[in-house]
Design a protein around this ligand. Structure first.
Ligand code: ARG
Length: 435
């Protein structure tokens, strides 16, 4: 097939080499943005008198037909046409004939593809923000339900101090709030139009870049045309924000997986979010949580992939930049679906309040309470810490807990200890006193 850029070529192309260079298999995801960019561009060409109004209207009409076909799923993208830009231009040609060739006046695929990516990410990030927001709503409502649910708080995965399950959930709420903020703040660096930078040097045609930016809903335009066509920082930032988000989801999923285990039994996931085993009939596995934890790997990989692609690239456009897309699409799909899954999983989980609370009643997570109690009575905290440490040791040797020590034994240690020690040692009191 004849190439749209074939003028200076004599030799024949070879299909297997064309296939290596083509991006249509994945950049067809940008068809909607590509048509929107072309519509803005041609309207600007008309407004600036670069195309006459008849040609302008004809191209607009043709692009609208292609857009309609796209919506109906009727477009047939072909590898021979390399990428989404050339495919759409060919389709336009099929609709309106040679006048289609005027669309590419004062434009290059370099500013075209960058424009498509900016448009795509702007929309995607908005979607991500909404999904994070929804997940935060789920977290806050679960946390409200569990203000009074006592659970062991951990450090080193060892019982540390009793906390409320709501408190624990709100830690994730706060992480997710920072994630949302990061995505929100990134928008101003996505919301910039590269259209009109052309190949790298700008154009001799009297274009109006502000006008296309306005038509496409961009807040500003790139100042420097070389930067405009070769900047992929906004994608890196998306991948980096996504990596931090996935790290948070992965940490949460790790806890969910632990909590579902027979050893913990703190929560149970609904059947919808669990799967069985093909051999062990009793199994109910938290596969979805494991998958989110696992998928953080590909998101980090996509970040490192693009960082590596960009490192050492000379200005301005290089074909290496075509490698920016698959990781971005994959990341967008991964984080959007992971957010849906985790929100549904947390919203429907069953919390075994009793088991959670009970596990704070047969442990030493009240040791700090006793040390604080003694410190409040005037014993230096270091000394109190030592006394309680020895008591814990003695208890472990006898197989009892601090709350099992009799008042007379306590008073033998320090006459300052009174009957109210038992209330102090209850996990409920420990949590309530920290409100
Ligand atoms: N498919 C290309 C990409 O994704 C579009 C830009 C091509 N530009 C070029 N000068 N070959 O980067």
């Amino acid at each position: 097939m004849e190439k749209l850029w074939g003028g200076r070529f004599q030799g024949k192309s070879e299909a297997w080499i064309d296939e290596f260079g083509a991006s249509i298999s994945f950049d067809k995801n940008l068809a909607k943005q590509d048509i929107a960019g072309s519509l803005a561009h041609v309207k600007m060409l008309g407004k600036c008198g670069i195309l006459n109004s008849e040609d302008t209207q004809e191209i607009i009409r043709g692009l609208n037909i292609v857009a309609e076909k796209l919506n109906k799923g009727e477009l047939q993208f072909t590898l021979a046409n390399e990428d989404v830009h050339l495919n759409i231009e060919k389709m336009l040609h099929e609709e309106i004939g040679p006048v289609a060739g005027k669309l590419h006046t004062a434009r290059s695929r370099n500013d075209q593809v960058a424009t498509d990516m900016h448009l795509y990410l702007k929309e995607t990030v908005q979607n991500v923000i909404e999904k994070i927001h929804h997940f935060r709503e789920v977290l806050v409502s679960k946390a409200e339900e569990h203000v009074e649910t006592i659970m062991p708080g951990y450090t080193h995965l060892q019982h540390a101090q009793p906390i409320s399950f709501g408190h624990h959930l709100m830690a994730y709420y706060n992480m997710l709030s920072r994630d949302q903020q990061r995505f929100e703040e990134s928008v101003k660096r996505i919301d910039i139009s590269p259209l009109g930078c052309a190949a790298l040097a700008g154009t001799t045609f009297p274009i109006d870049r502000e006008y296309t930016a306005e038509l496409l809903g961009f807040s500003s335009i790139y100042d420097n045309s070389l930067d405009g066509v070769s900047d992929r920082d906004f994608i890196l930032e998306f991948l980096s924000d996504s990596s931090i988000l996935m790290m948070h989801l992965s940490r949460f999923c790790e806890e969910i997986i632990l909590w579902c285990s027979h050893e913990f039994q703190f929560i149970e996931l609904t059947d919808t979010f669990s799967t069985g085993s093909s051999i062990m009939p009793q199994k109910k596995n938290p596969d979805m949580a494991e998958l989110i934890r696992g998928k953080s790997g590909r998101v980090y990989g996509n970040l490192f992939g693009l960082l590596t692609v960009l490192k050492g690239l000379p200005l301005a456009y290089n074909k290496d930049l075509q490698e920016d897309k698959e990781g971005m699409f994959d990341t967008a799909h991964t984080i959007l679906t992971s957010l849906d899954i985790i929100a549904g999983m947390i919203n429907t989980m069953n919390v075994n309040k009793e088991i959670m609370t009970k596990s704070t009643q047969k442990d030493f997570s009240n040791a700090t309470e006793l040390a604080d109690y003694l410190a409040n009575k005037g014993i230096p905290f270091r000394e109190a810490h030592e006394i309680v440490g020895k008591l814990v040791l003695a208890c472990t040797q006898k197989g009892i807990y601090l709350q099992d020590i009799s008042i007379s034994d306590y008073q033998a240690i320090s006459p300052l200890i009174e009957q109210d020690i038992y209330d102090t040692l209850s996990s409920h009191t420990a949590v309530v006193r920290r409100h």
